[in-house]
Ligand binder design. Structure first.
Ligand SMILES: [Zn+2]
Length: 365
C-alpha cells in the first residue's frame, strides 16, 4: 500500500470514483446498490461491492467502510490502497481467501458529512429485532434537551449545564449516555431507529449473496472518532462468545501486538452497545465460523467528537442555517472523523495492512 497518499479523498464522489477505478484496474467487477437519494452536491449515491477471489471460496474476508457515513473518508482510503496493493492481493489469493470490499455502507452520511443514515439512524445501533422491546436509555432521556439546544452555538446556560453533568458524573458516563444508542428521540443523537434502514437491508443482501458459501468468514469494519490520534484500536466485534473472542485476540492481538479490546469487559474506549451491524452475519450466514473486529482510529478528543455531532444534529434540523455556519459545522465534523495529514493517513494504512495480513493468516490456519 505504498501509494497511500492519493488513495484518500475529500468528497464522496471522488472516493467512489477512486474505488471504482481501483477495482477496474484490479480486473474486478463492481456491483452497485443504488441509493434512493442524491448526495450533498446532487451526485448519485450507492453501496458498491467488489469481490476479489473465487465465488465459491470457503474463506472470506469482508472489508467495509462508512458504516458511520463520514467515517468513510478513512475506510474508503484503506480499501482503495488495498485494491492497489499487488502483494496484498497475491497473499490473499495464494491463501485461498476471497476478499469482499463493501464501499460506503452508508453512502448518504458519507456524502452529507453525517455520521447517520438518511433516516437519522446510527447504522451500528440499527440491527435489532424490531418486533421485540427496544433498549431504554434513561440517561440519554435526561440529557436530550441539553444535547440539541434551540440555538447553535449553545448559550452560556447550556454550556454550563453540560459541564456540570460531566463534572458530576464523569466524562465516561457522559460518553456512555450519549453514544450507547437510544430509540426514543428520532431527531436525537445516536438514534437506533424503529425499523431496518436502507443500509441495513442492503448490507444483508450483500452478505446473503456473498457469504453463504463460505465456511469461515472474517470481517474488519473501519471506524474513526475514538481514541488517541492515529491509533487503531482493535475492538472485538462479535457475540459475547469465549471461543470467537479468543480467536480474534489470537489473530489480531498476538505477541507484540496491541491487545484486542472488548465492549463486554470494559477494556474498549467504546461504551457497551447493542444493535450492532455484525449481528447480521450470524443471521445471514449462519453456516460460517465468524471472526470480526472494528478497527477504530483515533482523531480528536472524544468530547470534541461529541461536540461536533451535537452541532451537526442542530444543523440537520435547521436547513435555513446561514451558509458560513453550515460550512463551519461540516468542517468541524470532518475534523472529528478524519485527520487531513499524510502522517495520519500513513498510520491508518500501515495498521490496516497489518490487520489484513493477520486476517488471511487466521482464516488459513
Ligand atoms: Zn464508527
Amino acid at each position: 500500500m505504498s501509494g497511500f497518499r492519493d488513495a484518500f479523498s475529500s468528497s464522496y464522489a471522488e472516493a467512489r470514483q477512486k474505488f471504482l477505478a481501483a477495482a477496474a484496474d484490479a480486473g474486478l467487477a463492481v456491483e452497485a446498490k443504488p441509493h434512493p437519494l442524491p448526495g450533498l452536491h446532487g451526485e448519485a449515491l450507492a453501496m458498491d461491492v467488489a469481490r476479489d477471489g473465487h465465488p465459491d471460496a470457503s474463506r472470506l474476508l469482508i472489508l467495509s467502510s462508512a458504516c458511520h457515513g463520514v467515517e468513510g473518508y478513512c475506510g474508503s482510503g484503506v480499501q482503495v490502497a488495498a485494491l492497489r496493493d499487488a502483494a496484498w492481493r497475491a497473499r490473499a489469493a495464494e491463501a485461498g481467501v476471497a476478499v469482499l470490499y463493501i464501499h460506503a455502507l452508508n453512502p448518504y452520511g458519507f456524502s452529507h458529512i453525517r455520521r447517520t443514515t438518511q433516516e437519522n439512524v446510527d447504522l451500528n445501533r440499527n440491527f435489532h429485532d424490531f418486533s421485540a422491546p427496544l433498549p431504554v436509555n434513561a440517561d440519554y432521556r435526561e440529557l436530550q434537551p441539553l444535547l440539541v439546544p434551540r440555538n447553535w452555538p449553545p448559550d452560556e446556560d447550556n454550556v454550563r449545564a453540560i459541564a456540570d453533568y460531566i463534572a458530576r458524573r464523569g466524562e465516561k458516563a457522559y460518553q456512555s449516555a450519549v453514544t450507547r444508542g437510544q430509540y426514543e428521540f428520532p431527531d436525537g443523537l445516536f438514534y437506533g431507529g424503529r425499523a431496518p434502514t436502507w443500509s441495513n437491508r442492503a448490507v444483508r443482501e450483500v452478505l446473503g449473496a456473498h457469504g453463504r458459501r463460505a465456511g469461515r468468514i472474517a470481517w474488519i469494519d473501519f471506524h474513526t472518532g475514538l481514541g488517541p490520534s492515529g491509533v487503531g484500536e482493535r475492538i472485538y466485534a462479535g457475540r459475547d462468545d469465549a471461543q470467537a473472542s479468543a480467536r480474534a485476540k489470537q489473530w489480531w492481538g498476538g505477541d507484540g501486538q496491541t491487545p484486542v479490546t472488548s465492549i463486554y469487559d470494559g477494556s474498549s474506549t467504546s461504551a457497551f452497545l447493542t444493535g450492532l451491524m455484525w449481528t447480521s452475519i450470524y443471521e445471514e450466514c449462519p453456516q460460517a465460523e465468524y471472526t470480526g473486529m472494528a478497527l477504530e482510529y483515533g482523531t480528536v478528543p472524544v468530547l470534541d467528537t461529541l461536540q461536533a455531532l451535537r452541532a451537526e444534529q442542530w444543523l440537520n434540523a435547521h436547513a435555513d442555517a446561514p451558509a458560513p455556519l453550515a460550512q463551519g459545522i461540516r468542517a468541524q465534523v470532518m475534523r472529528a472523523f478524519y485527520t487531513d495529514t499524510d502522517r495520519w493517513r500513513e498510520q491508518i494504512v500501515a495498521q490496516a495492512r497489518e490487520s489484513l495480513f493477520q486476517a488471511v493468516d487466521g482464516l488459513r490456519a
